[in-house]
Structures are given as C-alpha cells and as structure tokens.
Design a protein around this ligand. Structure first.
Ligand SMILES: Cc1ncc(COP(=O)(O)O)c(C=O)c1O
Length: 395
C-alpha cells in the first residue's frame, strides 16, 4: 500500500527528472567488453566501464567462476567465521597480498564494505581520522561510522593536511585516508608527499586503490608502484569489481595484526555473508592473469595516451592527467546529460555526471578507456564524440 512516504519520494523523483539528474538504468544483454549489446540499441562502444583491463570476459576468468560454481556451489551459506571461509577465499587473499606486496589481505563482498569495515573497527575516540575532501562515498560513510574525531583536508592540499596533522598531535593514532585515483577527476593522489608527511608525523596512511589496482604502475600494482613507493603505504583497500575481473568484491591489505584484527572485529566480516566462491574464483583468476600479463596494463596505458591526445586534437579539453578516467567538463548538468544521450544515440556509451555528484557548474561526461579497446573502437568513438561536440557547439 502506498503511503505518504511514497508520495514524497515520487515527487522528489519527478524533481530529479525536471532537473536532468534522473538516472536511467540501461540494460546490457551481453558481457562487458569494448562493445556491448544494449537493449533497444544493439551494439554500442563502451566508454563508461571500470573494466579497465577487459578481464570481465577473458575465458580463464569466466571459466574459473564456472568451475568454482560446480565444485563449491552457489554460495557460502554463512559469514566467514561461522562456516563461510572456503579454500578459494584463502587462496585469493594470499595471492592478492603477494601481488600487491602486503603481509596479508582480507576479502569483503565489496570495497564499500572494506572501507566501512575498516576505520570504525580500528579507531576510536582517542584517535584522529583525516580524510581528503574528494574521497569516495564509501570512505565518507566509513568516516561517518567511526567514533574518532573527523578532519577533512582540502583536495590533495598537503599544507592543509599538515596543518591538521599538527593540530592532532596529541591523538593516540592519526589515520590518513585517500583515494589512489579520484574517480570523478581521474587525478592521482600525491603519494610521495602523503608518505613523507605521514612518516614525519607518525600517522597511518591508508589508500583506496579501487581505480588504480591493475591500472597504475608498469605491472598494475597501483598507486604505490606508479610512484615507486611499494611498501610505503600502511593499508590498501581495493575492489575486485573494476580491473580485477569486474564482478564484485573488495579487500583490505595490511600487516598481519591489522588484518587479524579485522577478521575478529570488522562488522561486515562478522555479520554478512562472504564473497560467493564463483566470484572469488574469477577474481583469483584475474589476479593470476594480471601477474602473467603486464602487457595488458601497458596496452591500457597506450590506449589512454592515444585517447587523451586525440580528444585534444579534436578540440575538446579533457581534465589533464595520465589515468584512463578522462572527464570532459561541460558546465551545466543538462549539457552533460544531453551530450551523453546524443552519444548513445550514435552508438557510444558514455555517462554524464551532474550536480550533486560533482560540484555545481562542473557537470561532465566521464570517458573511461580500457585495454579491451582496439584502435578502431577508439577511433570510431572519437569520431562520434567530434560529431556530437560540433552539434552542441563545443568545438
Ligand atoms: C574509490 C572507490 N572506492 C570504493 C568503491 C566501491 O567499490 P565496490 O563496488 O567494490 O563496493 C568504488 C566504486 O566506485 C570506488 O571508486
């Protein structure tokens, strides 16, 4: 039965539509790849996916999930500590830790859970939790759940961070958390400065490398490898839902005591089922694939360089950077939505983002490049972008 709550929600939804911020869920009818079959549209070029290495549809990754389904069944039937830990979870965690060069790793059903299950578990009132203002929503919610006093520094502003580190000198532990790659801008955290500051002030440094694992560094070991700072980040969280197979799942890497403490006390571990074995097996196959195929990461870097250069050549100004997240700022939300609609009509799938996901006046289309794209895919997408940009008088 509909209540006054439904009436209010419906009227707000109508407002989203009027303001041009209503999100339509487009239905895909085939595997994620450089191109995908979309209901009502046929095949479209995908520039809107976190499938950075194209591993979603790699036969080894798919087959690993299928055989785990047959061997281990559809689900865990329980949380980890009751009877939900399977051999595939332990193997995945060992191999992830070894690949990312940490002592130990722990899987979660999402990086959302990894982040919300981290800070509230290891910090308390005597501590200080210090977060970049542009951090991902899962970190923001993780901060909200934590009892430690919160501090937010201006985006990548190291002077502001140092000010807070000085002000919180009397805290028991200071814990600094940042995205590795920031998902809306595509910029990279200033890791050398963050490491130096955290060392100088004896603070713990945690990096959420969800968009960077498999993406940054010559062999895809993320932001630490990109800067030659492996071993210098204390805690790394990440997702299995982007470059590492793109299914779902997350993880936290750290020292043995940290991870053991999370096993004992992290609430999403204790009160929510473990990662389904099929998903864990596909993620494990992805980690193995990545370890054996660093050329896939290099293909991603090459595609990114090419796509960014060609966008500039057609007269658009992507936010400068080196990552496969390539935003083009258009200003008004309605413009970004209009551009993504026109692109989709022409067979290119790019999502437009407006306020409140990004600040007012900075609405954008966000293109994401993948190693799965061939040069032909990218050229076709670029020529469509050029046509649509000209139609909208952007170039
Ligand atoms: C930086 C960052 N952290 C965490 C997440 C959440 O990851 P998951 O989909 O595994 O919950 C995302 C996903 O968008 C992200 O971009």
């Amino acid at each position: 039965m509909r209540t006054s709550l439904d009436d209010r929600l419906q009227s707000e939804i109508e407002g989203f539509k009027r303001d041009g911020v209503y999100k339509r869920l487009l239905e895909l009818q085939g595997p994620q790849g450089a191109r995908v079959k979309m209901a009502g549209r046929g095949e479209v070029i995908v520039l809107s996916s976190n499938n950075y290495l194209g591993l979603c549809a790699v036969p080894e990754v798919v087959e690993a999930g299928r055989s785990a389904l047959v061997r281990l069944g559809a689900g865990t039937g329980s949380v980890r500590f009751i009877c939900g830990t399977f051999d595939v979870h332990n193997e995945l965690e060992r191999e992830l830790a070894s690949f990312l060069r940490f002592e130990r790793a722990l899987s979660y059903v999402s990086c959302w859970n990894a982040n919300t299950g981290l800070m509230a578990t290891v910090l308390d009132e005597p501590d200080a939790l210090i977060s970049d203002e542009m951090n991902h929503a899962s970190i923001i919610d993780g901060v909200r759940l934590c009892k430690a006093p919160r501090h937010r520094y201006r985006h990548s502003d190291m002077a502001d961070l140092e000010r807070i580190l000085k002000e919180t000198a009397s805290a028991r532990h200071r814990f600094v958390i940042t995205d590795g790659i920031f998902s809306m801008e595509g910029d990279i955290a200033r890791l050398p400065d963050l490491v130096a500051l955290c060392e100088r002030h004896r603070a713990t440094l945690a990096v959420d490398d969800s968009h960077a694992t498999g993406v940054l560094g010559r062999t895809g070991r993320g932001t630490p490898e990109h800067f030659g700072l492996e071993g210098k980040v204390d805690i790394l969280t990440g997702t299995l839902g982007k470059a590492l197979g793109g299914a779902a799942g997350g993880f936290t890497c750290g020292t043995d005591p940290l991870v053991e403490y999370l096993v004992q006390r992290s609430r999403p571990q204790l009160f929510s089922n473990a990662l389904p074995p099929t998903v864990a097996a596909s993620a494990l196959a992805s980690v193995r694939y990545l370890a054996k195929h660093p050329e896939r990461v290099q293909a991603l870097h090459e595609n990114t360089r090419y796509f960014r250069e060609q966008l500039l050549a057609i007269g658009l100004k992507p936010v400068p950077g080196d990552t496969p997240i390539v935003p083009v700022i258009l200003g008004e939300t309605s413009k970004a939505i209009r551009m993504s609609e026109l692109l989709l009509k022409e067979g290119v799938f790019v999502t437009g983002f407006g306020f409140p996901v990004v600040p007012q006046g900075q609405a954008r289309i966000r293109c994401q490049v993948s190693a799965a794209h061939t040069k032909q895919d990218l050229d076709e997408a670029l020529s469509t972008i050029k046509k649509v940009a000209a139609k909208l008088a952007l170039i």
